[in-house]
Design a protein around this ligand. Structure first.
Ligand SMILES: C[S@@+](CC[C@H](N)C(=O)[O-])C[C@H]1O[C@@H](n2cnc3c(N)ncnc32)[C@H](O)[C@@H]1O
Ligand code: SF4
Length: 374
């Protein structure tokens, strides 16, 4: 059995996700749980989060190796709040084995002081939400920052000592041309981030963008999306980035350990409103409401809102869908051999070391390849 196929660890849970539910401005395409909180909400959330951290540290055997602060926008908290949270995390958890500690940062809420506090507090990886280097698209996306601020933020993080920075970009934006996407990729490469995530714009439930799509203001063009993905693969691979997951590229040695654990189905604990946790076949989610979340924790109650028991078949489906998106692919024994042979003869799948992985052509049709293998 390959290490990638081990789901549970007898030595404890190695991965922690922390959801920060606040943003300074709400982007019209985003479906993550987030809200515009006021100063009192933010302060209450910090206190509640530390209570939950204490609860999970007592309840679960944790041997943490990766931590991911996501959201929402963790950097919307003040420098003092972030500093205090980081100090308290060092008290609550044994962080001696943590190799990767990431935080999502929005260029609209970065300062040199805040960046330095994050670095001093033990965070060693930044995921910067740039999305585009073109102010016209940043306005369309409702972003709170412009391209100059995004570049300044990147340089601030570098300046305080971060040697592992990832840049998030979005493509297939309404009206975006291939040339504009190429320019965004090239501008990113000038900064030489260690990691780049490229996300195809999706029209998510309950977003303004979906409403605009339904009114016919925006359209989806599958061929266009495939061309944009291909352009990213070619441009970034030529520049020395490994395409290690459909949406992710890294310079050698900089793949995200936290995300890789998630893709291979490892157990993880999630804290904060709306966060998911998974252990074996059990999955649970905290309430997606920052007030309810804080109230429960202040009343010494669990913030878990729902629990689901997966069947082995559900786990297998997820394992195939997620694993196939990665460069390592999936163990050959986990899927139907006849279907796999067909996909290999169609040039969509490759067979190596008893594993199946998507070919370049397969990456452009990842979802339908996965469906064929289930
Ligand atoms: C939790 S969000 C962001 C971090 C931070 N709040 C920010 O926006 O800068 C993580 C990433 O998901 C991507 N994303 C969010 N909604 C998306 C959508 N509807 N389609 C494609 N990518 C999306 C964006 O690239 C974003 O940076
Ligand atoms: S994309 Fe980021 S900043 Fe925008 S609403 Fe979503 S989480 Fe908040």
């Amino acid at each position: 059995m390959n290490e990638d196929d081990i789901h549970t660890s007898s030595n404890g849970i190695r991965h922690l996700y922390v959801h920060f539910p606040f943003c300074a401005r709400i982007c019209p395409y985003c479906a993550f749980y987030k809200t515009r909180g006021n100063a009192a909400d933010l302060a209450r959330f910090c206190e509640a989060l530390l209570r939950e951290a204490g609860r999970v540290a007592k309840k679960f055997p944790l041997t943490l190796e990766t931590i991911f602060f996501g959201g929402g926008t963790p950097t919307v908290l003040s420098t003092a709040q972030l500093k205090n949270l980081l100090e308290q995390f060092h008290e609550i958890f044994d962080l001696g084995g943590v190799r990767e500690w990431s935080i999502e940062a929005n260029p609209g809420s970065v300062s040199a002081k805040k960046a330095a506090a994050l670095h001093q507090g033990g965070i060693n990886r930044i995921s910067l939400g740039v999305q585009s280097w073109d102010n016209k698209f940043l306005r369309l996306l409702g972003r709170e920052h412009d391209a100059t601020q995004a570049e300044e933020s990147f340089r601030i993080f570098r300046g305080v000592g971060f040697s592992n920075i990832s840049v998030d970009l979005m493509f297939a934006l309404p009206g975006q041309t291939e040339m504009q996407w190429r320019n965004s990729l090239q501008k990113t490469m000038v900064l030489r981030p260690e990691h780049i995530s490229t996300y195809c714009l999706t029209y998510e439930q309950d977003t303004q963008f979906l409403a605009r799509f339904e009114r016919g203001e925006f359209a989806i063009d599958d061929e266009n999306e495939a061309r944009f993905l291909e352009l990213a693969m070619t441009t970034l691979e030529q520049a020395g980035y490994e395409h290690y997951e459909i949406s992710n590229y890294a310079r050698p040695g900089y793949r995200s350990e936290h995300n890789r654990a998630y893709w291979r189905g490892a157990d993880y604990i999630g804290i904060g409103p709306s966060a998911f946790s998974t252990r074996g076949l059990e999955r649970w989610q905290n309430v997606a409401d920052h007030n309810g979340y804080a109230q429960r924790l202040f009343a010494n109650e669990s913030p878990v809102g729902s629990i689901e028991r997966l069947t082995p078949a559900m786990k297998r489906t997820e394992h195939i869908a997620l694993g196939l998106r990665t460069r390592e692919g999936i163990a050959a024994g986990t899927v139907d051999q006849n279907q796999a042979e067909k996909l290999i003869s169609n040039g969509l799948l490759s067979h190596y070391a008893n594993r199946f992985a998507l070919t370049r052509a397969g990456k452009l049709l990842a979802d339908s390849v996965a469906e064929n293998l289930l």
